[in-house]
Ligand binder design. Structure first.
Ligand SMILES: [Fe+2]
Ligand SMILES: [Fe+2]
Length: 176
């Protein structure tokens, strides 16, 4: 792992433990989806690890805030995708620019690479307990919800479903 990547992870762990846990879970989930699809596992692990790196620029008071979140605060939170992508560009990680920039885009025809990270991200958020304001879903419920959204490729959702043996849902929590 490169020193820059190491440093970013160190920053994430020092800033906010939940951010690090979420990023590692999304990295693992992106990797198992990619593995199941015969794609580059290492690329997707790193893409998952870095997707929320822009949150380093958002105050913890806002990151950890439960709903309701005001409109202005929502806008600040939303910026993390753009800020993260720009940070990665400056640091020489251009290959992860698009997955980071677009991981919250809810629209059909997103590039496959973005969809893999976005599905891993949504699945992690739905099944984890760290979102205290909402009850965690089971893996089955989360996969059903991803299907219902109708914006993601069924092939990727299937890959997530197929790779369930490779991640553990413990007490409703993906990858413990
Ligand atoms: Fe995000
Ligand atoms: Fe995320």
């Amino acid at each position: 792992m490169s020193r820059t990547l190491d440093m970013l992870l160190q920053n994430m762990s020092e800033k906010n433990a939940t951010l690090l846990t979420h990023s590692i879970n999304v990295a693992k989930l992106s990797m198992v989806i990619a593995k199941n699809m015969g794609m580059d596992e290492e690329f997707y692990y790193t893409a998952g690890l870095l997707h929320d790196v822009g949150k380093l620029l958002i105050p913890n008071a806002l990151l950890d805030k439960s709903i309701p979140i005001g409109q202005e605060e929502q806008q600040i939170l939303k910026n993390h995708s753009y800020w993260g992508a720009e940070m990665l560009k400056v640091m020489g990680f251009e290959e992860f620019y698009t997955t980071t920039l677009r991981h919250h885009d809810d629209m059909p025809d997103l590039p496959l690479s973005v969809q893999i990270v976005a599905i891993a991200d949504k699945f992690e958020a739905m099944t984890s307990l760290w979102r205290q304001y909402r009850k965690a879903m089971t893996a089955k419920e989360a996969i059903g919800k991803l299907k219902d959204m109708g914006i993601f490729s069924p092939v990727i959702i299937q890959a997530l479903e197929n790779s369930q043996k490779e991640f553990v849902i413990k007490d409703n929590r993906a990858l413990g």
